[in-house]
Design a protein around this ligand. Structure first.
Ligand SMILES: Cc1cc2nc3c(=O)[nH]c(=O)nc-3n(C[C@H](O)[C@H](O)[C@H](O)COP(=O)(O)OP(=O)(O)OC[C@H]3O[C@@H](n4cnc5c(N)ncnc54)[C@H](O)[C@@H]3O)c2cc1C
Length: 394
């Protein structure tokens, strides 16, 4: 016999989407529970995004979880584009009338959200196995196993915040959903190290050997990436091999001044563009990576996820406070406008910066021309900057 419980909103997945949604609803007095497949420690061990748009920072402020972010986050006025052996700055602050981005690791953001949820006594079930969702066209139910027992949560709404490989999107009847996908023929090999970043700003490098990115998590912790083939294994790269390859791809000044050290983590990530439409199925709402994926070149994945959550929280609060359903009804269309803008920007950045495995010199010349354009034309640089820091309206 299943152990039964009832809440207003059941959230599947305790990544940044699920945790932030839980926090916004909890603060609005909406009873919610999060059901997560993995352990809290496993969730915190995933090294992922690091660049937050101002609107994401504002949302975290509103959720009451941004104190450490303001102390430790690094505000970036711009970013650097390296090609042809030289570096060029795109100054966000000047080009967008004062907007910037904040570098703060997804791991840290997740930790802040988890700790706040724990302190405020809102429930999260970690290591919930065989999670399944049912009845979202009428009476939604979430079922799972925990410590050998069967559990059932009845709810008014289910939020599918369980990422690309999750169960919620997979539970929607095939005829009710359309998906759009592009898988890129390369990946990113990432290395995290306890070393000072080579530059105060991120450096995006276009190089004949392939793309590289110099990023960071703090003044003492760096995150670097090199474009690699899809079948590359992180274990076959020694730290020295990684540093040597990175140095070949960055500009000479960065290669000279780069401080190297042992890796804390090394992993390969595939690059994918993916959108599922719509993002609502009766009383099931998808948010974040459950509904869409962007290649990380545009630093949009986490920001898009939190934007969905903003709209979903507003819609649910409006429903519970005022009985209005118009925001619930427009949720999917409202999210998808921003999603497709981010899909375009991320695919465009990816095409401009990566070496196409089947490309030729013509492709390289086009990339260099585009890079010269975005680093010399104010209009082109403004377009890049506006998209990178996040558009107010889409
Ligand atoms: C390797 C990698 C590198 C990335 N780098 C960047 C970057 O540099 N910049 C950027 O902006 N974005 C990056 N992203 C994207 C960014 O991390 C995501 O957009 C963000 O994590 C989305 O948050 P989410 O909560 O929607 O999904 P997730 O973070 O994927 O969280 C989903 C949660 O659901 C849980 N779950 C899955 N299945 C189930 C189930 N069946 N039952 C219950 N729970 C389940 C998962 O364990 C997970 O905790 C990266 C992503 C990856 C995978």
């Amino acid at each position: 016999m299943a152990q039964a419980k009832r809440v207003q909103v059941a959230i599947v997945g305790a990544g940044p989407s699920g945790l932030l949604l839980g926090q916004l609803l909890h603060r609005a007095g909406i009873d919610n529970i999060i059901v997560e497949l993995r352990s809290a420690q496993y969730v915190l061990g995933r090294i992922r995004a690091g660049v937050l748009e101002q609107t994401t920072v504002d949302l975290l402020d509103e959720a009451g979880v941004a104190a450490r972010l303001h102390r430790e986050g690094l505000i970036h006025d711009g970013t650097q584009m390296a090609f042809g052996g030289k570096r060029h700055q795109i100054n966000f602050r000047k080009l967008t009338g004062g907007k910037t981005v904040t570098v703060y690791g997804q791991t840290e953001l997740t930790r802040d959200l988890m700790e706040t949820r724990h302190e405020e006594g809102a429930p999260t079930i970690y290591e919930a196995l065989d999670v399944s969702v049912h009845g979202f066209d009428a009476k939604p139910v979430v079922r799972f196993h925990k410590d050998g027992a069967e559990h059932e949560i009845g709810c008014d709404f289910i939020a599918g915040c369980d990422g690309y490989h999750g169960v919620t999107r997979a539970s929607v009847p095939a005829a009710a959903i359309r998906t759009f996908e592009r898988v890129y023929p390369f990946g990113w090999l990432g290395l995290l190290s306890e070393t000072p970043p080579v530059s105060e700003e991120l450096i995006y490098c276009n190089h004949p050997r392939g793309f590289a990115l110099c990023s960071m998590r703090s003044p003492t912790r760096s995150r670097y990436y090199v474009q690699c083939s899809l079948d590359e294994k992180a274990e076959s790269w020694t730290d020295q091999m990684f540093w040597d390859e990175l140095r070949r791809r960055v500009d000479p000044e960065a290669a000279e001044s780069m401080v190297t050290g042992p890796s804390i983590e090394k992993s390969v990530a595939p690059l994918r563009s993916f959108v599922a439409e719509p993002m609502r199925f009766g009383k099931l709402f998808l948010a974040g990576d459950a509904a869409h994926i962007v290649p990380p070149t545009g630093a949009k994945g986490l920001n898009l996820a939190e934007h969905d959550v903003r709209l979903l929280a507003d819609a649910l609060i409006d429903w519970y406070d005022h009985g209005r359903r118009d925001l619930l009804d427009s949720y999917s269309a409202d999210c998808l406008r921003r999603v497709w803008r981010a899909e375009h920007f991320s695919a465009w950045m990816t095409a401009m910066l990566h070496k196409a495995p089947n490309g030729d010199e013509f492709d390289e010349k086009l990339q260099l021309s585009q890079l010269r354009y975005v680093t010399t034309s104010r209009a082109a640089a403004t377009s890049l900057a506006e998209n990178y820091v996040g558009l107010d309206r889409v």
